[in-house]
Design a protein around this ligand. Structure first.
Ligand SMILES: Nc1ncnc2c1ncn2[C@@H]1O[C@H](COP(=O)(O)OP(=O)(O)OP(=O)(O)O)[C@@H](O)[C@H]1O
Ligand SMILES: [Mg+2]
Length: 251
């Protein structure tokens, strides 16, 4: 089998006696539109933290395009193309949307990420940042500071920032959380319009969004893969329905 964009082998993590990842063998294929679902506390965020290197595993390995990155520091994995957004957003709140998005873009283009405002004056940085802002339909907010934006809009800025890194893999931890339901279509359109050379893994509790976006779904329960398949297979899986989906899909 050819190498996946991102893969885990026997990935395990313990917090004391609590096993939050159990022998997880997972493949995120090139071009993937993949969702990771499961009940609260199943270990979804922890799994992302293991993929990004925010946490070291207790056992097992993480491979990026076939190369073992298990011991690689988080910042180096970012440079290799693993980008993520957080369940709780982390933005420079006093800076504008454009300034925030210019940071990763200027860093990637090697034009001094430390000096936000100066870096932001470079035409190629500004053009690229505005292109990303456009993907998230944030053009009208480009000059506004983060603190002035509604929370849902802030979450979209986070995605623009992650895209600023030109990632090979994009990991989205509950991107729809806090976005008013009338606006989740902006998020859905944005992630649906991402180029296929970015493999996307999304953690989401909004099943409507999951089933509209994902081409493959993995169900995590108590740190272990409980089921995996196409949306049709997952929706038809009686055990998954009983354990997690409940009545959510019983139309
Ligand atoms: N740093 C930590 N130390 C100890 N326990 C932790 C730590 N981080 C997470 N946990 C525990 O690990 C388990 C999995 O947590 P995690 O946040 O990965 O779940 P989740 O699937 O993302 O849940 P949610 O859907 O609520 O976001 C939980 O029981 C949590 O309390
Ligand atoms: Mg979580």
């Amino acid at each position: 089998m050819s190498s996946a964009r991102l893969e885990t082998k026997g990935l395990s993590k313990k917090f004391g006696a609590l096993e939050v990842a159990r022998e997880v063998n997972f493949r995120l294929e090139a071009g993937a539109r993949h969702a990771l679902i499961g009940p609260n506390g199943a270990g979804k965020t922890t799994f992302i933290n293991l993929l990004t290197g925010a946490l070291p595993p207790s056992r097992g390995s993480v491979l990026l395009e076939g190369e073992d990155v298990t011991t690689l520091a988080q910042a180096k994995r970012v440079k290799r193309g693993i980008a993520r957004t957080f369940q709780i957003n982390q933005l420079f709140r006093g800076l504008t949307v454009l300034e925030n998005v210019c940071i990763p873009v200027s860093e990637r283009m090697g034009v001094g990420g430390g000096m936000f405002r100066a870096a932001g004056r470079r035409a190629e940085v500004l053009d690229e940042a505005m292109r990303l802002i456009g993907i998230l339909r944030l053009e009208d907010d480009a000059g506004r500071r983060i603190v002035e934006l509604p929370y849902g809009r802030q979450r979209l800025v986070e995605i623009a920032i992650a895209l600023g890194l030109a990632p090979r893999v994009l990991l989205l931890d509950e991107p729809a959380a806090g976005i008013p339901s009338a606006e989740t279509h902006i998020l859905l359109d944005a992630i649906a319009s991402l180029p296929r050379d970015i493999a996307v893994l999304i953690i989401e509790h909004d099943m409507d969004l999951v089933f509209r976006f994902a081409e493959r779904i993995t169900v995590l329960v108590s740190g272990a893969i409980y089921a995996e398949g196409t949306p049709q297979e997952i929706a038809a899986n009686r055990d998954v329905r009983a354990v997690y989906l409940g009545g959510a899909l019983d139309a």
